[in-house]
Each structure stands twice: as structure tokens, then as C-alpha cells.
Design a binder for this molecule. Structure first.
Ligand SMILES: [Fe+2]
Ligand SMILES: [Fe+2]
Length: 288
């Protein structure tokens, strides 16, 4: 293994989001770190890493820079999933090491339950097979959790397989009943026309890769596999209606897309997507 001696500097985007607070609340949005270290004995050579041999250690150093910045600033990290790229003992050892003593809340990503990407259909049975391996290494409940920070309720909710359950919505309603403004933190963004029409030159860059609640005409662009994977069920459609109708949900903070993107849902609520730590990005968000 080649360990490089000097690493790139982390880019810390700064974004202000007005959600009607009397005093500002800052957090550091970190997402899609994709720590990708094989276990030499069990998995050697079977995985493509986000890092190459030429920049080995860079992702971990970006994560180190992020956690040190958050500690220095005295702010909580909101991590929206894919901290690891796949399950391995070495990845979990690194999670334990790099997040020891770090103040963070966590919304699960699809890779956090994944033995390795693409090995099987990612459904509830698959998730729960690997949940016992993953859950002990994260400080938040991976299905649903919340924490009030200076009067803002940061709610984390697992939508990593493009679905939201009625039970999660029941818990979200219970959070709303507490009366605090809510920032909803999830791995996958909700569908917006903006995502649907994003292009890279002439190419629809996001076609088939990942939003929750895409309408039929957008899903029609997907491959059959992606269409089956990402078609919302009735509970998910109910959840989206509730999320958009709940006046206390003031902002969404999401990942998964591996891009920096700021927009609003059709009800005017901002949805902030941040690029992956592996690519050298985090975002300091000041809620006002
Ligand atoms: Fe990711
Ligand atoms: Fe993801």
C-alpha cells in the first residue's frame, strides 16, 4: 500500500438557510465519506475503492479535517450516510477510530448495510441481515433518531432504499408535536424537477440515480432495475405528502447524489445536497 505524505485541503462550503430562527444554529454537513478498506483476509482484491493506490489515505484525511473543524468550531456534524462503502472489519475499525469523541448525528445510507454493492437486491430483508453488524458502530439509531440543538430539532430518518415507512412518519409526527422547527436529515433527496432536469452538457446526469418519490414520467427514463428499485410505494407517497405539509419541517439536508446542489421543494422548503467527503467537500450550514 502506498501512503501519500501530503493530502489535499478539505473544501468547506458555507451556506445560510433561513428557517425563521431568533438565533443562528450552525452544523457541519458531512456525507458520503465512503471509507473503502478491504479486510485482507476476507475480501482482498474484490472491491473497487473510492481511493486509488495513488491517493490512499486521502478520504480518511478529509474526514479527519472535517471532524477537527467541527471540534474547533464547537458544532455538531450532521452525517447523511454512506460513511462506509461496504461492510468490512477494517472499515468499522476506521469508523470507530476516526469518530471516537466526535459529536455527530447520523442518517443511514444505502452503503452502510451493504456487504458489497450490487451483490443482492437491496430490500428490507437484506438490510436487516446486515443491520446487526453496522448498528453498533454508529451513534444514532439508524432507522430514526432526533436531537434538539439550540432549539432546532434535527431529525434523522433512513430512506436509503428509496422508501419511508408509516412507522417512521408516526415518529416524525411525534417529533413535530414537540413544537421545535425541524431540519429533516436523510440520505436520499426527495424528487424535484430540478434534479430531474439537471444536465451535464447534453446528458441527463441524474437519470436513474436516485431520488425518493420520482413520478411515473421520470421513472420511465430509468432502466428496469432502477425503476423497480426506486418506484415509491404507497407509504412513501404518504410520507412525502406529510413531509411537505408539516409546517415545522423547515429544511431538508441530504446526500447520496455526490454533488453540491441547493434548491427548494415545490412547497418552498429548501433541500440542501452536499457532495461526498471522498471528493473533498463538506458544508457548514448556518440556520437563521
Ligand atoms: Fe454515496
Ligand atoms: Fe448512497
Amino acid at each position: 500500500m502506498v501512503i501519500i505524505m501530503s493530502y489535499n485541503k478539505l473544501q468547506i462550503l458555507k451556506t445560510t438557510v433561513n428557517i425563521g430562527l431568533d438565533a443562528p444554529v450552525r452544523v457541519l454537513h458531512v456525507t458520503d465519506t465512503h471509507i473503502a478498506y478491504d479486510d485482507p483476509v476476507r475480501y482482498s482484491g474484490r472491491f473497487k475503492c473510492f481511493e486509488t493506490e495513488d491517493d490512499r489515505g486521502q478520504t480518511l484525511d478529509y474526514l479527519r479535517q472535517a471532524t477537527e473543524y467541527a471540534k474547533r468550531e464547537g458544532i455538531t456534524i450532521v452525517h447523511t450516510g454512506d460513511l462506509i462503502d461496504y461492510l468490512s472489519d477494517e472499515n468499522f475499525r476506521l469508523v470507530d477510530k476516526y469518530l471516537d469523541g466526535v459529536d455527530y448525528i447520523y442518517a443511514a445510507g444505502n452503503h452502510d448495510f451493504c456487504h458489497w454493492v450490487g451483490e443482492a437486491k437491496e430490500d428490507a430483508a437484506y438490510k436487516w441481515e446486515y443491520m446487526p453488524h453496522s448498528a453498533p458502530h454508529f451513534k444514532s439509531n439508524l432507522i430514526f433518531d432526533s436531537r434538539v440543538i439550540k432549539g432546532v430539532n434535527f431529525v434523522t430518518l433512513d430512506n436509503s432504499y428509496y422508501l419511508i415507512s408509516d412507522g417512521q412518519v408516526d415518529m416524525l409526527r411525534a417529533e413535530a408535536a414537540k413544537g421545535y422547527p425541524i431540519v429533516l436529515c436523510m440520505h436520499n433527496p426527495l424528487y424535484t424537477p430540478g434534479f430531474a432536469e439537471l444536465t451535464d452538457g447534453d446528458t441527463l446526469v441524474n437519470c436513474g440515480i436516485a431520488v425518493v418519490g420520482a413520478p411515473v414520467e421520470y421513472l420511465a427514463r430509468y432502466s428496469l432495475h432502477r425503476r423497480k428499485q426506486q418506484t415509491p410505494d404507497e407509504a412513501t407517497l404518504r410520507a412525502i405528502r406529510y413531509i411537505k405539509s408539516e409546517k415545522l419541517i423547515r429544511a431538508l439536508v441530504v446526500g447520496h447524489k455526490h454533488m453540491n446542489y441547493e434548491e427548494s421543494l415545490d412547497n418552498g422548503v429548501p433541500q440542501i445536497t452536499t457532495h461526498g467527503t471522498f471528493a473533498g467537500f463538506v458544508r457548514e450550514i448556518t440556520f437563521m
